[in-house]
Design a protein around this ligand. Structure first.
Ligand SMILES: Cc1cc2nc3c(=O)[nH]c(=O)nc-3n(C[C@H](O)[C@H](O)[C@H](O)COP(=O)(O)OP(=O)(O)OC[C@H]3O[C@@H](n4cnc5c(N)ncnc54)[C@H](O)[C@@H]3O)c2cc1C
Length: 478
């Protein structure tokens, strides 16, 4: 049931889920399919979290925020934990391009194609390339946490900054990782993509989230939007519910899909945790943020096919600091052709430029400086795009930009973090329910559990934990 914003909730639930990102929604659906009663609470006026979209100019334009590409595994996850119809909308992006001073390459983003490029264009022995792939594919979470990304690349391709850029830059965009992060975070995500390439959801994010909402309602999940939760209620060392606009709503288990730090420090409160856990939680570093520029083309205007995802940079070498800098030199353009939204009869094109960004660069500007920086980013993005599509400026009908401040405003993530936390966040998130009975966390953490696939799969993992927690609780009460 869709509960109206003004309506009071009187029922109690097996599980209350705070936040409807892909982790929260997938956990809700899994628990409901298992026969659990579930309440899904979302602060925003729509479900999806970062898996979102917005309309402009009376719905003349629609823009996807995070539908740039995910691994094939999402199809299996959707088939298993959502439904076949959702899974069937997942299709491959055929053409990923890389244009920078070190190379200009077109690829399907698969192991076969990348191997060919590494051998033919970068002149690496095939055996060496295969050893690299075998190594990253064989990495496992429990044994391989010491090596950094920098060490991984130096081991297989010593001194080859161009190869590091080729292998790493797209993953930096996908999860904000750096050369200092554990190589396991790179290995898992890169291998996932390399299995079968990059995929998208045909129909757009609005269509996906509508289908997911319908499925949740069909499985009897109660959903309430416009409902920000500030407090998880703890009694005798156990979660018993949440406070909704000052009134308690009771649940046997609570799953937070909000940021792990806000969950611990704001919603629960330090007094409920051990000193050791708190110290480790305080040390969690948030991941970086993002900027985007959204461009909608005039009705009837067309552009030639230039690829689906175009990674561009004017920076001479690969440098993760430069990728985040306010003086933007690297952008990923996602080109949304009309075929991607077959239900939209207007047949319009949209282009979204994405850039990784630092919160601090944007957070301390005066209003005037902020507006000026946004205007500069928009103008420089058009200039960069004109190199790919020379007459694009005249074709643009609508243009706007988002910054780390926009992300914070809409998702409540501290410092506008786009990809959750650095690696250390994973341990804290996974062990939350062992520290405090009945409180669980799922959502972008630890780099690995971020992105559409990572978040959705993490929702399933935590739904299983919740299911056995409720089972044991019920056994205790018999
Ligand atoms: C610009 C950008 C581009 C991206 N591109 C891609 C991409 O191409 N491919 C990909 O796989 N991933 C991409 N990602 C990452 C991906 O979108 C996210 O990792 C994933 O969607 C996060 O899901 P989540 O479950 O962690 O929850 P989130 O999406 O973070 O959602 C959390 C939800 O909880 C709600 N919430 C928070 N606090 C409260 C509260 N107190 N009370 C109630 N509700 C609350 C929020 O409103 C939000 O709806 C991108 C991210 C960004 C920012």
């Amino acid at each position: 049931m869709l509960i109206k914003a003004k309506d009071k909730i009187t029922k109690s639930y097996d599980s209350i889920i705070i936040g409807s990102g892909l982790a929260g929604m997938t956990a809700a659906n899994k628990l409901a399919k298992n026969g659990r009663s579930v309440l899904l609470l979302e602060a925003h006026n729509k479900l999806g979290g970062f898996a979102t979209w917005f309309y402009r100019a009376n719905k003349k334009h629609v823009f996807d925020i995070s539908l740039h590409g995910f691994p094939f595994g999402m199809k299996k996850t959707c088939r298993k934990y959502w439904n076949k119809e959702i899974a069937d909308h997942i299709v491959q992006l055929k053409d990923v391009r890389f244009i920078n001073p070190q190379y200009n390459i077109q690829s399907t983003f698969t192991r076969e194609d990348f191997t060919e490029k590494l051998v033919d264009d970068f002149k690496i022995e095939a055996n060496q390339v295969n050893s690299f792939y075998d190594f990253v594919e064989g990495m496992n979470f429990f044994d391989d946490q010491e090596m950094t990304n920098a060490e991984l690349f130096e081991k297989f391709f010593p001194g080859r900054n161009d190869i590091v850029r080729f292998l790493m830059e797209p993953i930096v965009y996908a999860n904000g990782s750096t050369l200092d992060d554990p190589a396991i975070t790179y290995g898992i995500v890169f291998s996932n993509f390399m299995k079968k390439g990059v995929y998208t959801f045909k129909g757009g994010t609005d269509h996906l989230i509508k289908m997911m909402q319908d499925e949740l309602l069909a499985n009897n999940v109660d959903i309430k939007k416009h409902t920000k939760i500030d407090k998880i209620i703890i009694e005798n060392g156990r979660a018993i519910g949440v406070e909704v606009k000052g009134s308690p709503v009771y649940g046997k288990s609570i799953l937070s899909n909000a940021n792990i730090r806000s969950t611990i420090f704001n919603m629960v409160g330090e007094e409920h945790f051990s000193v050791d856990y708190l110290e480790r939680a305080k040390a969690i570093r948030l991941n970086s943020s993002s900027c985007q520029v959204y461009m909608g083309l005039k009705q009837g205007e067309e552009i030639e096919y230039i690829g689906d995802l175009v990674f561009t940079s004017t920076y001479p070498t690969f440098d993760t600091t430069a990728l985040l800098a306010m003086d933007i030199t690297s952008r990923t353009f996602s080109i949304y052709y009309p075929e991607g939204r077959p239900q939209d009869t207007s047949k319009k094109y949209a282009i979204v430029s994405s850039t990784n960004a630092n919160w601090d660069d944007w957070a301390n500007l005066s209003d005037e400086e902020y507006e000026n920086e946004k205007a500069k980013m928009i103008e420089e993005t058009i200039l960069a795009l004109e190199k790919l599509i020379p007459d694009v400026r005249e074709k643009i009908d609508f243009i706007d930009a988002a910054t780390p401040m926009t992300i914070k405003k809409f998702t409540h993530h501290e410092r506008g973090s786009s990809f959750g936390t650095k690696f250390e966040g994973l341990d804290i998130s996974m062990n939350l329910h062992k520290e405090l009975e009945g409180v669980f966390h799922a959502g972008s953490v630890g780099i690995i559990m971020s992105g559409w696939l990572g978040a959705a799969n993490y929702g399933v993992i935590q739904a299983n934990e919740i299911d056995s927690y409720i089972y044991n609780l019920e056994k205790e009460q018999i």
